[in-house]
Design a binder for this molecule. Structure first.
Ligand code: SF4
Ligand code: SF4
Length: 317
C-alpha cells in the first residue's frame, strides 16, 4: 500500500485476444489462434462444464449493452422465472443504470476497523452467495503491523479481535479506473460503467477466468458449482448486473451493491459495519462525506505502483 501522493507508473497489460464484434464464436476462434488448441481448451473447460447448465435462450442472448429495452424486459422475465423454478423464490430483477453526475468512491478508516468480519457476512447474504462455500466479495486481511503489503497478511485468522500486534485490512473490488480485468476479457463480458462500477454480464461471460488472473487484488470469484441458497434466504431485491443468482461457470465480483447504491441506499457492507469504519458516496458531490475524507485525510490506495487507479481508499485517523 502506498500513498496517493506518489506518482504512479503504468501497468504492463497482458496480451490476449480481444474480440471486436462481441461474438463468442469469434472469441473461441481467436483463442485457438492465440493460445493454441490445447491451452485454449484447458482455459475454457469451465465453459464446457457450464454449457450443460445453460439454456438455449441464455446462450443465444445478445450482449447486455446491445439489448433493446424490450429485449431486456424479456431476459429479466426469463431470469425471474428461472429463479422461481430453480430456487423456489419470488424475486424482482431490476436493470439499474448509473445515475448521471455520479462517481462512486469507497474509503475505509483502518484505525477503526477491528476485524470483526460483519461486512463479509453482509456481502454473503446481500449478494445471494453460495451457502456451501460461504462465498463473499470481501476478504478482511489480518495484517502484521509494520508492513503495508497486503500479500503478507492472513485471511484465515481466528481468535479474539483485534489483536494488539495486528491491524485489519478489508479488501474487495477496488473499481479501478484502469482495470486490468476489463482489458483481458476476450469477449467484453466485463466493463466499467459511467459511475465507476466495473460490472460483468453473467450471461455473456464464457468463464475463461482471464480476468480473475489479471486482478491484482484477488477480487473476482469463479462459480465452480451451482450456487445453493435456501428459498427463505434468497434476497429478492436483485439487479441484472449485480446480485441476481449467478450461473455456474462464470466469474463474479463486487458491484458496490449497485442494486442498492443506484437506488439511493448504502452498500450492505457499510450498513453492517458496527464500528463506522466505512465511508461511501458520490465524489462529485462537494458536500459528501467521501469528498471530505479525500480532501482532508491522507489517503492510501493498494498497489499504486501497478497504475490501476482504484476508486477505493484507506486512511488512518
Ligand atoms: S479490483 Fe480487480 S476486479 Fe476490481 S476493477 Fe480492479 S482489477 Fe478489476
Ligand atoms: S468476464 Fe472474465 S471469465 Fe468472463 S469471459 Fe471475460 S475474462 Fe473470461
Amino acid at each position: 500500500m502506498t500513498s496517493t501522493e506518489t506518482d504512479s507508473t503504468p501497468s504492463s497489460k497482458p496480451s490476449l485476444p480481444i474480440v471486436e464484434n462481441f461474438s463468442r464464436r469469434a472469441a473461441v476462434k481467436a483463442g485457438f489462434a492465440t493460445l493454441g488448441a490445447g491451452a485454449f481448451v484447458a482455459a475454457i473447460s469451465p465453459l464446457r462444464q457450464a454449457a450443460k447448465n445453460t439454456s438455449a435462450a441464455e446462450f443465444m442472448q445478445t450482449h447486455y449493452t446491445e439489448l433493446s429495452t424490450e429485449q431486456k424486459a424479456d431476459v429479466i422475465a426469463r431470469l425471474e422465472a428461472e429463479t422461481k423454478e430453480k430456487y423456489g423464490a419470488d424475486v424482482t430483477i431490476g436493470d439499474d443504470r448509473p445515475i448521471p453526475g455520479t462517481k462512486f468512491v469507497y474509503a475505509i478508516n483502518l484505525s477503526v476497523c477491528n476485524g470483526n468480519g460483519k461486512c463479509v457476512e453482509a456481502c454473503h447474504k446481500e449478494n445471494n452467495h453460495d451457502r456451501d462455500t460461504n462465498q463473499s466479495y470481501i476478504r478482511v486481511i489480518e495484517m502484521p503491523k509494520g508492513t503495508m503489503d497486503m500479500e503478507q497478511g492472513s485471511t484465515t485468522y481466528t481468535g479474539v479481535v483485534p489483536k494488539d500486534d495486528k491491524f485489519y485490512l478489508p479488501v474487495q473490488c477496488q473499481q479501478c479506473d484502469e482495470p486490468p480485468c476489463v482489458d483481458v476479457c476476450p469477449v467484453k463480458a466485463t466493463w466499467k460503467e459511467e459511475d465507476g462500477i466495473v460490472v460483468v454480464d453473467y450471461n455473456w461471460c464464457i468463464g475463461c477466468r482471464y480476468c480473475e488472473a489479471a486482478c491484482p487484488y484477488h477480487a473476482r470469484r469463479f462459480n465452480w458449482k451451482k450456487p445453493e441458497v435456501p428459498a427463505a434466504e434468497v434476497n429478492p431485491d436483485q439487479s441484472y448486473l449485480s446480485n441476481r443468482i449467478r450461473p455456474v461457470g462464470v466469474v463474479e465480483k463486487c458491484t458496490y451493491c449497485l442494486h442498492r447504491t443506484r437506488r439511493g441506499k448504502l452498500p450492505a457492507c457499510l450498513e453492517a459495519c458496527p464500528t463506522g469504519a466505512r465511508v461511501f458516496g458520490n465524489i462529485l458531490d462537494k458536500d459528501s462525506n467521501i469528498r471530505w475524507i479525500l480532501e482532508n485525510k491522507r489517503v492510501y490506495i493498494l498497489k499504486e505502483e501497478l497504475g490501476t487507479k482504484p476508486a477505493f481508499f484507506y486512511y488512518f485517523d
